[in-house]
Design a protein around this ligand. Sequence first.
Ligand SMILES: Cc1cc2nc3c(=O)[nH]c(=O)nc-3n(C[C@H](O)[C@H](O)[C@H](O)COP(=O)(O)OP(=O)(O)OC[C@H]3O[C@@H](n4cnc5c(N)ncnc54)[C@H](O)[C@@H]3O)c2cc1C
Length: 419
Amino acid sequence: MSVEKIDTLVIGAGQAGVAMSEHLTIEGIPHIVLERARIAERWRSERWDGLVANGPAWHDRFPGMAFEGVDPAAFPGKERVADYFEAYAKHINAPIRCGVNVTLVRRIPHAGGFRVETSDGVIDADHVVAATGPFQRPVLPALVPETAGVFQIHSSGYRNPDQLPEGAVLVVGAGSSGAQIADELQRAGRKVYLSVGPHGRPPRSYRGRDNVWWLGVLGKWNAAAPAPGTEHVTIAVSGARGGETIDFRRLAAEGMTLLGRSQSYDGEVLRFADDLVANVTRGDANYLSVLDEADAYVTRHGLDLPLEPDARRVWPMPASMENPITALDLAEAGITAIVWATGYAVDYGWLQVDVFGADGRPKHHCGVSNEPGLFFLGLPWLSRRGSAFIWGVWHDAKYIADQIAIQRHYRDYHLTASK
Ligand SMILES: Cc1cc2nc3c(=O)[nH]c(=O)nc-3n(C[C@H](O)[C@H](O)[C@H](O)COP(=O)(O)OP(=O)(O)OC[C@H]3O[C@@H](n4cnc5c(N)ncnc54)[C@H](O)[C@@H]3O)c2cc1C
């Protein structure tokens, strides 16, 4: 069996793998990036047709290249984002091999490094960077059985309203994906029910500056991971139609029926927690707290940013919040489809290295795992809030390349010590 050897093997060529390659090249570290499909595949085939970037083009990019031909304040479409990463990989001459699936990674016994089995042969690597994405396996709560006679799809499989059968739609989950898909369906003329859990909903822009700018100057992108056991709160933000703040009261005023968190199903009736008002109220408070922090920042720094009193206007309480529905007969409501915008889990089935905690998540600090030579990149909160986002992963990749360079230095000590 012929075995190829490489210093560092990066698995996955999404934004994380491309950023990793750039920093490894800068450090002069020989490496290969393996991608089972195409560069930025998930932007191409696991996002809905109308998705645009959640952040403007000036921000959601790597430092080395702008989005050519895109207004910096605009939100590029998902194909344009994928094109960007393809162009970026070309720009840095990244050694990416597409169409190569990694099937197994394990330690080489009694030696350093890892043996990597792929659909295109075996590679031995001193270092492995798992850059296979923060959102690998769609999570679909086992609430409504397939036999319920309702079309069900996860947001990663949703493409456009025409894909769904005629009739009303229930969207479960009101993070960025759920809120945007629900809005798109409503604008396409569908009756939409939206099951809303705890969320934050920052202003798209305030006093002439985009949310990403406020997150930056207020130090929020750099926030450390929430403590274990802290309730996960999804963020509802959108770049659709030039960028609008997501406001669930407004969506309700436009006809959407809001519901609490989906809880159980008895064969006909879906039940919801009595938490809708609390969830929306907390989301509103989160929104207003960002405005307050932004105002305080403007005052503290003596900035000349235009006042925006309209941003504090609160839409009236919709009927679905006045009298929350806690039980809904799907057939009676005419619901023929459910879109589960309920998030993702990681899937490292191919990684046979003792690096996972009881919760199945890799144990690491800022991407440096407990297993020498093994690194993770692109995971939510890897080092900070920005870690799973386009701009943040580039900085995490820089840190990991630095860590690999440090280890190489120790490894090569006996060679250089005599000099
Ligand atoms: C709907 C949605 C919208 C988003 N919008 C934005 C946004 O606007 N701005 C922003 O900053 N972030 C956004 N994100 C978050 C994040 O930027 C994306 O999830 C991004 O795709 C993550 O990049 P990644 O490289 O870490 O992982 P991925 O894009 O998932 O890339 C991982 C790659 O690894 C490959 N792979 C997986 N397993 C293997 C294997 N065994 N062997 C070989 N290859 C493998 C996959 O094919 C894939 O190409 C969004 C996320 C979602 C879900």
